[in-house]
Design a protein. Structure first.
Length: 213
């Protein structure tokens, strides 16, 4: 009379084991996927915007230097006025890109490089403003001397710092991408291993029940 009760008990234990395996495997998968999602968020919300903003800064600052030269080479007042409007537009674009960079979370090394870039760029802009005053008053030779001397040195200093910041950001983005790939592979193999272990336990439980019956 005890055998049916024993069969029911063992069947119940097996079904509970199946349910427990499903729960454990599901929780384990969620844990690994949450880690993968966190790394994905870092790439999407941190490194992609950072590289995009730094790319804008590099483009805008190089365009600024070119427009500065065009201003000095232009002899027509209308052309000179147009280059100054372009300079004002690039100033706004650079300021917007800087605000975009500042809204993103960065480490101490990147913040230090950015602060140095911004300081050197402001120094360069001060020199450009002095040069533009000379250009407007038809003192082109003096303005050209500044363009090839102090202005060039100030621009190179700002550009070099921005280049260092860009290189560091790109390297960090690549490292984050590598971590993301490694996390995906690790999650895949761990989940697969969990499925294999669960399958072995299910087979063992079925063999136990078949022998008992």
């Amino acid at each position: 009379m005890r055998q049916p009760h024993s069969i029911r008990f063992h069947l119940t234990a097996v079904f509970l084991l199946f349910f427990l395996l499903v729960v454990v495997l599901g929780l384990f998968s969620i844990w690994r996927l949450s880690n993968f999602n966190r790394l994905s968020a870092d790439v999407a919300e941190l490194w992609l915007p950072t590289t995009r903003v730094l790319g804008d800064l590099n483009n805008f600052t190089s365009d600024f230097r070119a427009i500065e030269g065009s201003n000095l080479l232009s002899s027509d007042p209308d052309e000179t006025a147009e280059t100054e409007r372009q300079i004002a537009g690039l100033d706004r674009s650079i300021a917007e890109a800087e605000r975009g960079f500042e809204r993103i979370r960065h480490n101490a090394a990147e913040n230090d490089l950015y602060s140095r870039f911004k300081e050197r760029w402001n120094d360069y802009r001060t020199i450009v403003n002095q040069m533009l005053v000379l250009s407007r008053t038809n003192r082109k030779p003096e303005a050209l001397a500044i363009y090839g001397g102090t202005s060039r040195a100030a621009y190179d200093a700002a550009s070099d710092t921005l280049g260092q910041l860009t290189d560091q950001a790109v390297a960090s983005a690549q490292a984050a991408s590598d971590r993301l790939g490694a996390a995906y592979r690790q999650a895949f193999w761990l989940i697969l291993l969990g499925m294999v272990i669960a399958g072995v336990m299910v087979v063992a439980a079925l063999i136990h029940i078949s022998r008992f019956i």
